[in-house]
Design a protein around this ligand. Structure first.
Ligand code: ZN
Length: 122
């Protein structure tokens, strides 16, 4: 028995959520992905792509989704080669350079490294 978890007009986002949920072991069913063209004739809400999950996974999926949506998105960044990139890219697709460790980016990892790095031991 499948239950509707959520719906969103942005199919890319729905697809993204599905990937994340499935990587957590929750199989998802994507419905309505082809009905967008009929949006003028049906109530809009019925036409949006929907994510469905098994009933026994529903509460866990909702918690995961809430966490996904609450997570801060990475800011856009500009590569040294001049390419403007979205925050979700960790490498420049034009020249292959890594994203700079800007403010907030990988901050926790850097802070953790300081204590383990022998160079910092006086
Ligand atoms: Zn670049």
């Amino acid at each position: 028995m499948y239950k509707r978890l959520t719906s969103h007009h942005n199919l890319v986002l729905i697809d993204h959520w599905r990937n994340l949920l499935e990587s957590e072991g929750i199989p998802c069913e994507l419905r309505n992905r082809l009905l967008g063209a009929a949006a003028g004739e049906l109530p809009v809400h019925d036409c949006e792509p929907q994510l469905w999950v098994a009933e026994h996974n529903l509460s866990r999926a909702k918690r995961l989704l809430a966490r996904i949506e609450a997570a801060p998105t990475q800011p856009d960044w500009q590569c040294a080669c001049g390419e403007q990139l979205e925050g979700s890219f960790s490498e420049c697709w034009a020249c292959g350079a890594s994203a700079p460790l800007g403010e907030g980016r990988h901050k926790e990892e850097r802070d953790g490294d300081v204590h383990d790095d022998p160079e910092f031991v006086a």
